[in-house]
Design a protein around this ligand. Structure first.
Ligand code: 8YV
Length: 311
């Protein structure tokens, strides 16, 4: 089963070192030498390893006639063309579960920050403003109504945490989750209209592209907050910037953006927005577990052609 391994895009440095040592993985060049590299090595590649940052697109799949598996570091695999992979019978794996807690923790951190204005208050103190007067009052978070877009593994872990804050939880998925204790909203607009904050936890990809529309943001309203720990592509980012600038929503906590690492310049000056550089899974513990699961998938494929966590 085993065959040559291709690394597509950057990976966690430790993982990169490990896969180079264990699998003699070759890194796909990003420059003008790519075509020559593929001509020389493309036909021998059976396994590609990548991450949500770059992924394996249809053109690269075409250039690798014997590719049989794509192992993705990260739970989100929207940068890989899964349709093109399936059409060729190429397996794709990701790293679910191991990052759920840290991503859910980050959603809670963003919610608490935007409601209680933690970052703004920290900046206020550092700027020496405290001696001139108290920090303005913020908005209570405990007991709020939170709408979750995407009640999957991560959305569910966010909901469990919110229960501890006495929040009323509702959600929208394509279909209601059987047995869920939370109220189901038939549309995202309906969900937004009935909550104090909307948390985006839906998988990225063509099905969820810009489902957080201008209409959804208007329904969320001038006292409502948006938190996104999923993918920037899920939100109509220009509409979000407009809504924030016009005060149509109260604020936003964002870990992800449509064109990372570029962030709309208009957001940088807004005090009601907390901006994170896609760090939700970024802890030593979780990234190690993601790397281990990536390696497990690679070992399994090389041993018998199977993947441990296929998508
Ligand atoms: C990471 C993520 O950004 O797992 C995902 O889908 O977005 C994050 O955990 C990871 O670095 C993959 O690139």
């Amino acid at each position: 089963m085993s065959g040559a391994v291709l690394q597509v895009g950057p990976l966690l440095p430790a993982l990169q070192t490990e896969i180079t040592a264990e699998f003699a993985a070759r890194r796909l060049p990003d420059d003008g030498t790519r075509a020559a590299f593929l001509a020389q090595f493309g036909a021998g590649i059976r396994l590609a390893v990548t991450s949500g940052k770059v992924g394996v697109d249809a053109a690269l799949i075409d250039a690798l006639p014997n590719l049989a598996a794509i192992v993705n570091f990260g739970v989100g695999y929207d940068t890989t063309d899964v349709g093109a992979a399936r059409a060729r019978g190429i397996g794709v794996s990701n790293t679910p579960d191991v990052l759920t807690d840290c991503v859910a923790d980050t959603a809670l951190a963003l919610l608490l920050d935007v409601f209680r204005r933690i970052t703004v208050a920290d900046n206020f103190l550092r700027a020496g403003s405290w001696s001139a007067g108290n920090f303005p009052l913020a908005t209570r978070f405990s007991g709020t109504r939170i709408g979750i877009v995407g009640l999957g593994r991560i959305g569910g872990a966010i909901a469990t945490r919110l229960e501890g804050f006495g929040c009323t939880i509702s959600y929208h998925n394509r279909n209601a989750v059987p047995g869920s204790p939370y109220a189901y909203a038939a549309s995202i607009t309906e969900l937004a209209a009935g909550c104090d904050a909307l948390v985006v936890a839906a998988a990225g990809g063509p099905d969820s592209e810009r489902i957080i529309t201008a209409e959804v943001l208007t329904a969320l309203g001038p006292r409502g907050y948006l938190v996104n720990i999923a993918r920037g592509s899920v939100v109509d980012e220009p509409a979000l910037v407009d809504a924030l600038l016009a005060g149509r929503i109260a604020g936003a906590g964002l870990d992800v953006f449509a064109d990372e690492p570029r962030v709309p310049a208009a957001l940088l000056g807004l005090k009601n927005v907390v901006l994170l550089p896609h760090i939700a899974s970024g802890t030593h513990e979780t990234r190690r577990a993601m790397a281990d699961l990536t390696i497990e998938n690679m070992r399994s494929f090389q041993a018998d052609g199977t993947l441990v966590t296929p998508v």
